[in-house]
Design a protein around this ligand. Structure first.
Ligand code: ATP
Length: 318
C-alpha cells in the first residue's frame, strides 16, 4: 500500500486542526464489519466480509496476493468508499469519520520519504503537536518524543536527518509516525517488509508493548506466517473476497482435518508416523512399549500447512 505523502500531511493537518477532546470508552467491538462488499468497476473484490475486533486485540489478516486485504484496511481507515455492507470503527462509520475520530486511529504508511532534511526528533515533535488538542484524561497525546524514540528504538538516531536513515530505521520511523498520536486502533499493512531478522524481532516486541502498555487494538496484514503466529490473538484468512477462517494459529490447525506427525525411538530404532488422533496413538504406543519409548515428539500442522490447506480448499483446488 502506498500513499502520496502530501496527502498524509494534509490528513494529519486537517484531521488534527480542531475538534472536541473526549474519547468515548468502548464497550462494544473496536471494529465491526458485516457483509462488506467492494467492487472496482465490474470486478468484485470483497463479496461479504464479516469480522469484529475487540479492544486490545491483535488481529492479523492473511490472504494471497490480490485477496483484498489492503482494500479492507483502506475502507476501515476511511480512505476508500465501500460498495456495500456495514462497517463501524470505534463506533463510527468510516465514511462519516470526522477529525476527532481520525485522531484516534494510527496508520503506518509505506514509507516516509518526504522531509529528508528534517531530523527524526524534529519531525516527530512537529507531527505530534497536531494531536495535542485531542489529549484526554485517559490518554495523554501526543506520545512524548523521547519516550516514543525509545519505544521504537530510534533514540540513537534522534538527531539523524531522515534522508540518512537505513531502511530498517526508516520503517521504525514510519511506525513512530503511525503511533505518535497514541492511537486506540492501529492499522499496519505489511509492516516488516524489508526488515532484517533483528529489526523484525524488535518490531514484534514493539507490537506487544503497544498492546500491553497502551491497550492498542491492532489490525495487521502480512505474508509472513511466523509473524502472524507470533503476533496474532486471532488470524483471519481472506480469500476470494471472504473470510474463510478465523481463530488462533492453534484453533485454525484444529479446524483443518489434519494429521499430526509423531516421532519416537524404540530400542535404538527411529520411527515416524502420521495420525489424526495423536493422543490416542501415543497412549497405545506407551501401552505396548512402555519405558522402551524415547525422544518422543508430536508435531501439529504448521501455520503454513494449515494456511495452504484452508486457502486451497476455499479456492476449490484442494
Ligand atoms: N484502485 C483500484 N482499481 C481497480 N482494482 C484495484 C484497485 N485497487 C486494488 N484493486 C484490485 O483489487 C484486488 C485486491 O487488491 P488488494 O490490494 O486489496 O489486495 P491485497 O490482498 O492487499 O494484495 P497484496 O497481498 O498483493 O498486497 C486486486 O485484484 C487488485 O488488483
Amino acid at each position: 500500500m502506498y500513499y502520496i505523502l502530501d496527502s498524509v500531511l494534509d490528513m494529519t493537518g486537517s484531521v488534527l486542526a480542531a475538534g472536541d477532546t473526549v474519547d468515548t470508552p468502548r464497550a462494544g467491538p473496536v471494529i465491526e464489519v458485516r457483509d462488506l462488499r467492494m467492487r472496482y468497476g465490474d470486478k468484485e473484490v470483497l463479496v461479504g466480509v464479516d469480522f469484529t475486533a475487540a479492544a486490545g486485540e491483535v488481529v492479523v489478516l492473511l490472504g494471497p496476493n490480490g485477496a483484498g486485504k489492503t482494500t479492507t484496511i483502506e475502507i476501515l481507515e476511511g480512505f476508500r468508499v465501500r460498495s456495500g455492507g456495514h462497517v463501524l470503527v470505534l463506533g463510527t462509520d468510516p465514511a462519516d469519520g470526522d477529525e476527532h475520530w481520525r485522531s484516534r486511529l494510527g496508520v503506518v504508511l509505506q514509507s516516509w520519504r518526504d522531509h529528508g532534511k528534517w531530523r527524526v526528533r524534529e519531525l516527530l515533535a512537529h507531527l505530534g503537536a497536531y494531536y495535542k488538542d485531542y489529549s484526554t484524561p485517559g490518554r495523554a497525546r501526543p506520545w512524548p518524543v523521547d519516550e516514543l524514540l525509545e519505544v521504537v528504538g530510534l533514540t540513537a538516531a534522534a538527531d539523524t536527518r531522515i534522508a540518512r536513515l537505513s531502511g530498517g530505521q526508516r520503517r521504525r520511523l514510519d511506525v513512530a509516525i503511525g503511533i505518535v498520536g497514541r492511537p486506540e486502533l492501529l492499522f499496519l499493512d505489511e509492516p516488516t517488509v524489508g526488515f532484517d531478522p533483528e529489526a523484525r524481532r524488535e518490531f514484534h516486541d514493539l507490537v506487544h508493548r503497544l498492546t500491553d502498555v497502551d491497550s492498542t487494538t491492532i489490525l495487521l496484514t502480512t505474508h509472513d506466517l511466523d509473524e502472524a503466529e507470533k503476533l496474532a490473538d486471532r488470524i483471519l484468512i481472506l480469500t476470494r473476497g471472504q473470510i474463510v477462517a478465523s481463530g488462533s494459529a492453534d484453533e485454525l490447525s484444529r479446524q483443518v482435518a489434519g494429521e499430526s506427525e509423531i516421532r519416537w525411538t524404540c530400542d535404538g530404532q527411529r520411527f515416524v508416523h502420521s495420525a489424526d488422533d495423536a493422543t490416542g496413538f501415543v497412549r497405545e504406543l506407551f501401552r505396548q512399549h512402555g519405558d522402551a519409548i524415547g525422544d518422543l515428539e508430536v508435531r501439529r500442522s504448521s501455520l503454513e500447512e494449515t494456511y495452504m490447506k484452508l486457502v486451497r480448499a476455499a479456492e476449490g483446488s484442494a
